[in-house]
Write a protein that binds this ligand. Structure first.
Ligand code: AMP
Length: 420
């Protein structure tokens, strides 16, 4: 029986992988320029890393996790996001003992048991950055500028940066109180989820996707109305630094991150033309997270963006990414007897940094040429006949059909010259 891939997952085929490589390479380049270093953590982690503070409105509800018992009866979870594993690695490997801040980035698959739809998958890929050890508002601005810089370099247009401040443990009680007084009279009109959130975490009601809750919450007090002096100053400074960097932004006081560890800056980047799942990335400051993961009180900020959504946006905006090209040269045989010579030559070409391939299906010469064109070879080099007696062969440029005889010993250097 033919097995299909699991629901909500995708095969990334060779014809599409050029886009992925372009995105990942652009990210690596941007990260180098902003002095972020790559970190790689396991794809699975102990479940408790993601299930902290149960009873709160936590990730366990939000990020519907792939959790299972392994053969040693340990509860394991496929990572639903990258921040907690990076925090764990930062603490476990004592990266806090080195110079601060520590600026990291990661990329890789994440897993959430969501209901699949366009732009929403069960295995998807994120690129993310985290900065640990600095509370400076300049870092917040830099992280957002870097995200926008990255989208620009991909050629994406119509990207909007929405920012907000969600306050800190000092102003949170005031926010909570004001939100509860606002929602109390209409509590029974809220969705069952939000009725539960009313006591636990009323900030999340503002964030609810239910249209009725959104309507009721329209006039709700915002975190910006309740910021303490320190948070207000921090937010003003973040905006100031964004202005210095000429990064356009919109203040969106409905943008909340309801979990307790989020503090100060929250932001989201939207691609206006990709449809319902318009968020291509989001992040914020989480000065409480490292402590929640068992560390001391160390500030942090980060963001993550979804590669599949970026590809949707690239496609939607008609941005062409060059697909990975075919081999530089295809070595064709005039007769099957020439195979050993061709084998040797191909090996030498590869050693010289030229991508080279040949026929393995015993094709006729004509069929080999067709095949070379189909796989997109830049050149074909013919081995056999009288030329071979002179230890030479014919090199044909596929685009122009131009041909010339070249000694076998010079093929590599001549092709390299032509490829520049
Ligand atoms: P989050 O970790 O929920 O803040 O998501 C960060 C980014 O990851 C989003 O802006 C999306 O681009 C992407 N993302 C989140 N969930 C999914 C999913 N189920 N499928 C595809 N992309 C996702």
């Amino acid at each position: 029986m033919l097995t299909s891939r699991p629901r909500g997952t995708n095969d990334i085929l060779p014809g599409e992988v050029g886009k992925w490589q372009f995105i990942e390479e652009t990210m690596a380049k941007v990260c180098r320029e902003y002095n972020f270093r790559e970190i790689r953590t396991p794809i699975f982690e102990p479940t408790e890393l993601f299930v902290r503070g149960v009873g709160e409105d936590t990730d366990i509800v939000d990020k519907e996790m792939y959790t299972f018992l392994d053969r040693g009866e340990r509860s394991i979870t496929l990572r639903p996001e990258g921040t907690a594993p990076v925090v764990r690695a930062y603490l476990e490997n004592k990266l806090y003992a080195g110079p601060q801040p520590v600026k990291l980035y990661y990329t890789g698959p994440m897993f959430r048991y969501d209901r699949p739809q366009a732009g929403r998958y069960r295995q998807f890929h994120q690129l993310g950055v985290e900065v640990f050890g600095s509370h400076h508002p300049g870092i917040d601005a830099e992280v957002m500028a870097m995200a926008m810089d990255f989208y620009n370099r991909l050629g994406l247009k119509n990207m909007e940066l929405h920012i907000n401040s969600v306050g800190c443990p000092q102003c949170r009680p005031q926010v909570r109180e004001r939100l509860q007084s606002y929602f109390r009279p209409r509590l029974d009109e809220l969705c069952p989820n939000c009725q539960g959130r009313f006591d636990r975490n009323p900030l999340r009601i503002v964030d609810c996707k239910n249209s009725r809750c959104q309507e009721i919450g329209q006039e709700a007090p915002t975190t910006l109305d309740c910021l303490c002096d320190e948070c207000r100053q921090h937010f003003d400074q973040v905006c100031h630094y964004l202005q210095i960097l000429h990064v356009p932004y919109q203040i969106d006081n409905r943008l909340v991150r309801g979990l307790d560890y989020y503090t100060h800056t929250a932001f989201e980047i939207m691609a206006l033309d990709i449809g319902a799942q318009s968020s291509v990335g989001g992040g914020g400051r989480y000065n409480g997270l490292i402590e929640e993961c068992g560390g001391t009180s160390i500030p942090g900020i980060g963001y993550a963006l979804g590669i599949e959504r970026i590809i949707l946006a690239l496609d939607k905006q008609g941005i062409q990414i060059k697909e990975s090209p075919g081999p530089d040269v295809f070595v064709a045989l005039l007769s099957p007897d020439n195979k050993p010579k061709a084998f040797e030559l191909i090996f030498k070409l590869r050693q010289a940094g030229i991508s080279a391939d040949q026929d393995y299906q015993n094709r006729s010469l004509k069929a080999q040429m067709k095949y070379a064109a189909k796989i997109g070879a830049g050149y074909t080099f013919f081995v056999g006949g009288d030329e071979l007696k002179r230890e030479a062969g014919i090199l044909r440029e596929m685009a122009t059909g131009k041909q010339e005889e070249i000694p076998l010993n010079d093929v590599a250097s001549r092709i390299n010259e032509k490829l520049g």
